[in-house]
Design a protein around this ligand. Sequence first.
Ligand SMILES: Cc1ncc(C[n+]2csc(CCOP(=O)(O)OP(=O)(O)O)c2C)c(N)n1
Ligand SMILES: [Mg+2]
Length: 603
Amino acid sequence: MAQNVSDFLIDRLKCWGVHRIYGYPGDGINGIMGALERAEDDPRFIQVRHEEMASFMACAHGKFTGEVGVCLATSGPGAIHLLNGLYDAKMDHSPVLAIVGQQARSALGSFYQQEVDLVALFKDVASDYVLQLSDADQVRHAVDCAMRIAMAKKTVTCLIFPHDLQEEKAVESPARVHGTTFSGVGYQQPRIVPEERDLRRAAEILNEGKRVAMLIGAGTLQAGEAVIETADVLGAGVAKALLGKAALPDHLPFVTGSIGLLGTEPTWKMMQDCDTLLMVGSGFPYSEFLPKEGRARGVQIDIESRMLNLRYPMEVALHGDSRLTLEALLPMLRRKEDRSWRKKIKEWVKDWWEILEARAMNSANPINPQRVFWELSPRIPDNSILCADSGSTTSWWARDLKIRPGMMASVSGTLATMGSACPYAVAAKFAFPERSVIATAGDGAMQMNGNNVLITVEKYWREWANKQLLFVVINNRDLNMVTWEERILAGDPKFEASQTLPDFPYAEYAKTLGLGGVRVERPEDIVAAIEEGLAADRPTVLEFMCDPEVPPLPPHISLEQATNFMKSVAKGDKDRWRMIKQSVKDMVENVVPHKEHAHRGEE
Ligand SMILES: Cc1ncc(C[n+]2csc(CCOP(=O)(O)OP(=O)(O)O)c2C)c(N)n1
Ligand SMILES: [Mg+2]
């Protein structure tokens, strides 16, 4: 039976199905901590090293389970630390509730220690619902609103509890007087399907198209079958925005893979040559990778009305659930009898996989990071959950890892923040302890967050039924993605002071924590290390000493970019000669027959 406000808060969260809370203590939430202690592990409190990790974990919980992820932090500094993970959740539409403490109501407004205007601080990230409670009567409807809104809008909500309120007597049912409200628990997702007349207009455009390209995103993660059927009927190829990577497996011959700076060549060609674009459940931001305005007719499906008709002028923009809308559309579509467009796409895709293999097998100094991902891909256990970080590693993750049916995969897609892969991996393990989890991260991301997350892993790994948890670290002693952006986009040489990272023994460090660790310095040892990591009886860091001069080339390099690149070299980039050689090697793979290169690694 609930006793004080905090006990009631915890009880109410349980009514909403919350069984795990990621957080870090502080005297601003002592009342809530007391209630969690009394709740005897349901919900379970998971202790992190830094509040940002708690918000990343809550975000990943939301992404992988569809449930609301919950994080908890103290007033002032703890609350501030949550922000990055909360923005990650908001921008990728993951449902998250943040609960934070606040100074006592009696002290507010007195420039008190750790007194931060938390309503203002969270007003943007939790714009749909942020409330600083001032009365025990509010707790019931505050929790009900925060949970329902997070679920229904797939967004971030925030409750701020002054700490004197936390220990007040709970009010489970307010007095029946003017000025009180009586809320309830629960939310049921509606079916959102467009009007038939609009579906017919969309079908007409798609039926008239001769070369249809599909772009799918996170909104299609539950709509794989419907996407496959639609693409089949339309004779279309399908490109996947990063957050939609797990929506379709990569062995399908018409799946062109990723799009954008870390995209693939078949996607680029398909977007250039198509006459009709069908975009489903994707907010992919870079319009320059879509067809040129006017070159293709457009149809879009999205559940978020504000994402409609935003990146490309669509003739019909359908507001609806991806799966239901595609299913409603399918009977209106005519199967394209001319399959030549699809045949062409399949050829591009087949060629591209060969190019990727050849690029992966190119020698580098010492290890070509592409090869790490290429060798990892077929060895990833079935049903694994893949967590990527932000950096050049995201390009290899996007291009070289082949998703298989049953896998899940995510990354900080829209915020593109560094330091998310390792906390995501921990949340994946807690949510699905029977599944394997593979995090891939750069050395910068490890230094920023990953190394600390390993301490959390050491604290909890023994309780996970499946011990397979790999941290694949690409150690290139460089903030490589940005180094290449400086070179290619700005035409500047590498700025040593900002780009070069101090070395750190990631695998050794994992071992000192009691985890597994393997450091790989030669390409011929990559496979054995991956196998060792997968066979280990505990989570393992696989550290690959990689070459920072392997360019994460965009699928096409524009003349302007190539000119900038040459300028940066001319300006005296210290690594210029090796860099040029490596870029040329990768570019060559696009123009020569690949088979001759398949064994280049053994040269
Ligand atoms: C929190 C944050 N800070 C800075 C950036 C800008 N940024 C994007 S990628 C990157 C480099 C990442 O380096 P690393 O993790 O070593 O991966 P690499 O690119 O070397 O593979 C940086 C600094 C960012 N995205 N997020
Ligand atoms: Mg790096």
